[in-house]
Design a protein around this ligand. Structure first.
Ligand code: SF4
Ligand code: SF4
Length: 205
């Protein structure tokens, strides 16, 4: 039975090709490559599709995917660490100090109050450094992935939006088998209650 190569030989004689391009047999390479390519195409045509028609269909994201950075505003102390460590300088923070009385009669303490917290997602490269360095657990990876804008300038999202994205923060992953959790130190034993002092004796009793 004639093979594919025999058929190609019939159509394009080897000698004729060598005359055109001495030292190279391009015809065989071209023919085999074409057939291999068609075979790959055919194989994939018969397999079920692994892509989806976004945005008509929305796939569930993996548990630890990086969507957006969400801000838990009440945890932020305006320490500025995240803004200083961000390699793209795309975190904008503004705040002011406020004096609040902690205990009646004591001098009022000063606290930082957050006025503005914004991230420019046109610059952010999703490295996650800000989430890692925040010492007060105020930044998290949220799974929001639908925040595209028509204008690149609109990609700077303010704290109101970042705070809303907290709804989509998955719970922390469980520790791997054999991993140690943080050490929990036992509370010191309560001091024994002081014995009640004897009541003073009444005069004339
Ligand atoms: S993920 Fe990286 S680039 Fe984006 S805001 Fe955080 S530190 Fe900056
Ligand atoms: S590092 Fe955390 S607490 Fe400090 S400014 Fe950034 S988000 Fe707020």
């Amino acid at each position: 039975m004639a093979t594919t190569e025999d058929r190609i030989d019939e159509l394009v004689p080897r000698d004729a090709l060598k005359t055109l391009s001495p030292g190279r047999d391009k015809r065989t390479t071209f023919g085999i490559g074409l057939i291999k390519g068609l075979a790959v195409t055919l194989r994939h045509m018969l397999k079920p599709a692994i892509t989806i028609q976004y945005p008509d269909e929305i796939d569930e994201l993996p548990a630890r995917s990086r969507g957006v950075i969400a801000l838990k505003e009440e945890n932020c102390t305006v320490c500025m660490l995240c803004a200083r460590e961000c390699p793209d300088w795309c975190i904008y923070i503004e705040g002011h100090k406020e004096a609040r009385e902690s205990v009646a009669g004591k001098r009022a303490k000063k606290f930082n109050v957050l006025d503005r917290f914004a991230i420019d997602y046109a610059l952010c490269m999703y490295c996650g450094i800000c989430v890692e360095v925040c010492p007060y657990d105020a930044l998290f990876w949220g799974q929001e992935d639908n925040y595209s804008e028509h204008d690149v300038l609109q990609l700077t999202h303010e704290k109101e939006t970042l705070n809303q994205w907290m709804y989509n923060v998955p719970p922390p992953v469980e520790l791997e088998l054999g991993a140690m959790g943080p050490e929990v130190k036992p509370l010191p034993a309560a001091a024994p209650a002081a014995e009640a002092a004897p009541a003073p004796a009444k005069e004339g009793a």
